[in-house]
Design a protein around this ligand. Structure first.
Ligand code: ADP
Ligand code: ZN
Ligand code: ZN
Length: 711
């Protein structure tokens, strides 16, 4: 007797295949079972799926039009090849999360589901799989009764933990850097485990290699009682074998704590009871390709689904989360999140004093103001460390000929190639096109071509000269180091460089935003931000929000050692041409609420998120007009529906980075006051306009980004 099973496999949205395929099986297979199925001549990993939800099938039928491969007609059902037995099926909550994410972000369930599973699952044969499972079950180790002695909570921490224990959430934990948020996560996880020994906790961080200490903090806290395997990592730097191992540990409930990047939001965790999203404002929670999901937003959804508590933590919350956690006023309702505040630093360390240097009063072409240089000299001779933040790598963003005005334009992109002095190259940061630096101007032959503007390489070099006469407290010359995407290209290099800073071997660290995040550098007493003015006048409405949080984070690197603070109060310096700008005023006061109120006011006036909801359609073609014509055709096709749902579709425009690698890019913004209406619109419109592509043969790629972060 054979049974009909529905299976999802990795099919991109609108690949012409149905979302859910049908097969035959000798046994009844529960939903969520991992199987291998034949498709054409290939054999693919699949997940047994519930065929009934109308939403999956409505789209599937639409796509399963006349020209689709007919390997799956109802009459000639093929049997599934094998079942990956020995483990529990993926549970209903997991399937629901995948279904929701696929629907919300306009992708196929197969794509979302299979992308969330470790790659190695696809590659293992049935025998390899069995062997793999045997090895995994052997890996389980004994548990010792030791308990780690955690520090007593501060009153603020105790208050917050009390709230987390007694309310449903979701919670926005708004606490300064160093206020003890991580300690709150650890405690909340501990009490969850104390209540239920099978509990699982998901802790998400933006970029795991930037927070090397976090994993050891969790391990140190939980391994004594729960064993070394109780904390597993989940991020893209793991080897395929590690990833499968950790995935299995989470899936079979052995891992108590899963620590990961955005992909971990899809970890299979049957006993999930607590989700932490640390640095919840960080843009890297948004996936930028394929299914463009927001792991933070999915965490909230998943928490609801699984009845798990969700804590979003940040010193500078996203304006979305800040808005969602607004307290009730006389006239307005409170937001959906509960806001918890920890204003003080543990040990009462002060936040750095912010100094703004007005660059209008500096001699022309000044890089480091003399005041800043003096302060740096003084501190390094006392053995303190300094961070210099500049969000631009390379030596100079442009190479320029003063005679004929030639610039190092990338021939393939609408961008300049960056001058890298160390290897004497001109490199495009968008398409990677690299050439060695020409000896003379390619246009007029002038031998005197010059760098324009500056990047981290140049700052490092420049500081070396300016501070060449300074000696460390031990009489040795200064060590000036640089951390950015270039210096850390080799595997392990970032960890090595960070370890050097921690060990105190580095006196001055120059770097991009990579140095601003999460690190617990103990001896840093001065942080300098070099001309961050660009973001003040950017066309991206989120640029000020990002700048403010970057500067607050960077400031948070200073003064983490309270003893040192007593001798030498820490400072943050900002060199700017706009010292009076409200953003810097708020920074000076460490007043995130004031900054947020001002920004939210502007957003409300302009009806921008979180007061409206957006989706962005991007199209790429060799030709800008072709890309725009396609988008505008989609716009016309949706005009009636959009009007009835009160949705605005703006005409197509070139993207800010219009051309990358000789591909022209255009975008079209869709906006609505109601998230629900926007979702309704997309789910009807998207399958319809998909057919339009056949008439626009020049289109290379196109995609919808729901809740886009960059416009
Ligand atoms: P955040 O995550 O908010 O930056 P952390 O949790 O890392 O803050 O805490 C900052 C520092 O204070 C860490 O070195 C941590 O070990 C210490 N700390 C946190 N909570 C306590 C506490 N209750 N008692 C003593 N030290 C604490
Ligand atoms: Zn020239
Ligand atoms: Zn390029």
């Amino acid at each position: 007797m054979s049974h009909l099973v529905s299976v999802i496999v990795h099919t991109p949205a609108h690949s012409g295949l149905a979302d859910v395929l049908s097969y035959e099986s000798a046994e009844i297979l529960p939903i969520g079972t991992l199987v291998r199925v034949p498709l054409g001549k290939r054999e693919l990993l699949g997940v047994v799926w519930d065929a009934s939800p109308a939403s999956d099938n409505a789209i599937a039928e639409k796509q399963n039009g006349s020209d689709t491969p007919s390997s799956n007609t109802a009459l000639t059902l093929r049997p599934i090849s094998s079942v990956l037995g020995g483990i529990a099926p993926l549970n209903t909550h997991w399937c629901d999360l995948v279904r929701f994410a696929a629907h919300y972000y306009q992708r196929s369930v197969g794509e979302v589901a299979l992308a969330a599973l470790p790659n190695q699952l696809r590659e293992l044969s049935a025998e390899q799989w069995t062997r793999r499972l045997t090895r995994q079950s052997k890996a389980a180790e004994p548990v010792s009764p030791k308990i780690f002695a955690a520090p007593a909570s501060t009153p603020e921490q105790a208050q917050v933990l009390q709230n987390i224990a007694t309310h449903k959430g979701p919670f926005l934990l708004y606490g300064n850097t160093g206020s003890g948020k991580t300690e709150v996560y650890l405690r909340a996880a501990q009490s969850q485990l104390a209540k239920d020994a099978s509990a699982q906790i998901l802790v998400m961080v933006p970029e795991i290699n930037l927070t090397p200490q976090l994993e050891s903090r969790f391990r140190e806290r939980f391994a004594p009682q729960w064993g070394d395997d109780c904390v597993v990592a989940m991020h893209s730097n793991l080897t395929p074998a590690q990833r499968l191992k950790n995935w299995l540990a989470a899936h079979n409930g052995q891992a108590r704590i899963v620590l990961g990047t955005r992909m971990a939001v899809f970890a299979s965790m049957p006993h999930l009871q607590l989700i932490v999203v640390d640095e919840e404002h960080d843009p890297s929670y948004k996936q930028q390709e394929g299914a463009r999901y927001s792991a933070r937003d999915l965490a909230i959804y998943r928490g609801q689904l699984e009845n798990a508590k969700v804590i979003l933590g940040s010193a500078t919350p996203s304006l979305e989360s800040w808005h969602h956690s607004r307290p009730a006023t006389g006239t307005t309702q409170a937001g959906r999140y509960m806001r918890l505040h920890m204003p003080s630093r543990v040990g009462d360390g002060a936040l750095p004093f912010v100094r703004r240097v007005d660059m209008n009063h500096q001699p022309k072409k000044t890089v480091f103001s003399s005041q800043l240089l003096d302060a740096m000299r003084e501190r390094v001779t006392r053995g303190e460390q300094i961070l210099v933040l500049l969000n631009r790598r390379g030596y100079a963003p442009v190479l320029h000929c003063p005679d004929c005005d030639w610039k190092s334009q990338c021939p393939h992109c609408s961008a300049f190639r960056v001058f890298h002095k160390l290897d004497r190259t001109l490199r495009c940061h968008h398409c990677s096109f690299t050439q060695s630096v020409p000896r003379a101007c390619p246009a007029c032959g002038n031998a005197d071509i010059q760098p324009l503007g500056r990047g981290t390489e140049q700052l490092e070099e420049h500081l070396g000269e300016l501070l060449s006469d300074v000696r460390r407290a031990d009489g040795e010359p200064l060590c000036i180091s640089r951390i950015d995407a270039d210096s850390t290209r080799l595997k392990g290099e970032l960890e090595r460089q960070l370890a050097e800073v921690h060990a105190g071997a580095v006196d001055v660290l120059v770097g991009t935003q990579m140095i601003a995040k999460g690190h617990d550098f103990r001896r840093v007493s001065l942080v300098a931000a070099m001309n961050p003015d660009g973001a003040l006048f950017s066309s991206d409405f989120r640029a000020p929000e990002r700048l403010f949080s970057l500067l607050m984070q960077a400031a948070g690197r200073a003064g983490r050692d309270t003893q040192m603070q007593r001798i030498s109060p820490c400072e943050m310096w900002v060199q700017t041409f706009h010292p009076q700008h409200p953003l810097f005023e708020a920074l000076k006061q460490h007043d995130y609420p004031a900054f947020a109120a001002q920004q939210l006011g502007e957003r409300q006036q302009a009806q921008l998120p979180p007061f409206s909801f957006q989706a962005l359609v991007r199209a790429e073609a060799r030709d800008q007009t072709a890309a725009q014509t396609f988008l505008n055709a989609m716009r016309d096709a949706g005009a009636g529906l959009a009007e009835s749902l009160q949705i605005d579709i703006y005409p197509a425009v070139p993207m800010a980075m219009q051309r990358v690698a000789n591909i022209e890019r255009a975008q079209m913004l869709i906006e609505c006051q109601s998230r629900k209406a926007l979702q309704q619109f997309l789910s009807i419109w998207h399958p319809q306009v998909h057919a339009l592509r056949a008439e626009h043969r020049q289109i290379i790629r196109w995609a919808i980004d729901v809740d886009p972060l960059a416009i």
